[in-house]
Design a protein around this ligand. Structure first.
Ligand code: NDP
Length: 296
């Protein structure tokens, strides 16, 4: 293996520490405690794990965590009423509705009912538009975490060729916007892209956000490239025992690490940075709501 491993777990711990320091100062100097409300509808096991982890990390950095767990058959009207209440609540600076929502609920409608200033996931159409036009916005947490790791590792990204594999609204598209904002030459690839291997081999920065286990092999990676693996895929791991599973990314780690200059592991790469950025966004929202200087 030749690649540097980008340690997202350690980086996320550093971000959380900085957030905790700011939160303490806000409490001491302004009597303000940032608050994050997380709304979970239904009992999706993965979502329950994420929500629990978000709540724990929120309180660990000194913020208030408000969890709202609603039954799977909650009506759209009831969910919108809760969001309206949270929008008006001055102690709540960030609102996150855990996705995916049960099928009878219109996710776009629900997300767009959140006050954009409290939309710490950055999915509200206003924030999407602000990001797309290079204006101050709430930036989606996963791509923000990826950008922070890239800047930390590479310094300036200006002029680099970046390929983002995946065009979802929550990862691929905002990731591409952020890289463009940092003056990369950006290609967005997806399921209809022809000769994906050749496209990936052009990338100085390769971001994989697909959701297909280990689909990007080492020979798609340009020697020396920086590889950010967003994918989280659970696969069978018979070598660990019967019925056991393990997590892998969208990139075939061993073969890619032999070629890349740097790579994020799964787990321990992008994942931890996502929640750290959620906390950072909540802090930013609290500062903006109170007319205070934003943390850099
Ligand atoms: P989506 O399913 O919404 O999007 C997947 C994208 O991959 C689509 O644009 C799709 O193309 C593209 N795609 C699918 N198959 C191929 C293929 N064979 N070749 C090229 N492109 C393909 O996924 P998300 O963006 O929500 O998530 C992507 C991955 O990231 C998942 O593994 C998810 O678990 C993970 N994730 C991790 C997070 C973290 O914190 N680390 C946070 C969010 C997601 P098309 O549009 O043409 O269908």
């Amino acid at each position: 293996m030749s690649a540097t491993i980008i340690d997202g777990k350690a980086f996320a711990a550093k971000v959380r520490e900085q957030v905790a320091g700011h939160v303490q100062r806000l409490k001491d100097e302004n009597g303000l405690t940032p608050g994050l409300a997380v709304v979970l509808v239904g009992e999706d096991p993965a979502s329950q794990v994420y929500v629990k982890s978000k709540g724990k990390q929120t309180t660990e950095v000194g913020m208030n965590s408000f969890e709202h767990k609603l039954p799977a058959d909650t009506s759209e009207a009831d969910l919108l009423a809760l969001i309206d209440q949270l929008n008006k609540d001055a102690s709540v600076h960030g609102i996150l509705v855990q996705l995916p929502l049960p099928g009878h609920l219109n996710s776009d409608l629900v997300i767009n009912s959140i006050d954009p200033a409290k939309d710490v996931d950055g999915f509200h159409i206003s924030n999407v538009g602000l990001l797309g036009t290079g204006q101050k916005s709430m930036v989606p947490c996963t791509p923000l975490g990826c950008l922070m790791m890239l800047r930390d590792h590479l310094g300036s990204l200006s002029g680099l060729n970046a390929v983002v594999v995946g065009r979802s609204n929550i990862v691929g598209k905002p990731m591409a916007q952020l890289l463009l904002g940092d003056s990369c030459t950006v290609t967005i690839a997806h399921s209809r892209t022809k000769d994906l291997g050749a496209v990936c081999r052009q990338a100085d920065i390769l971001v994989a956000a697909v959701g297909r286990p280990e689909m990007i092999p080492g020979d798609w990676v340009k020697p020396g490239a920086t590889v950010i693996d967003v994918g989280i895929n659970r696969i069978d791991a018979p070598e660990k025992g019967e019925g056991k599973t393990r997590l892998v990314g969208d990139v075939h780690f061993d073969s890619a690490a032999a070629v890349a200059g740097a790579i994020t592991p799964v787990p321990g790469g992008v994942g931890p940075m996502t929640i750290a950025c959620l906390l950072a966004n909540t802090l930013t929202a609290a500062c903006r709501a109170n007319g205070l200087a934003e943390p850099q």
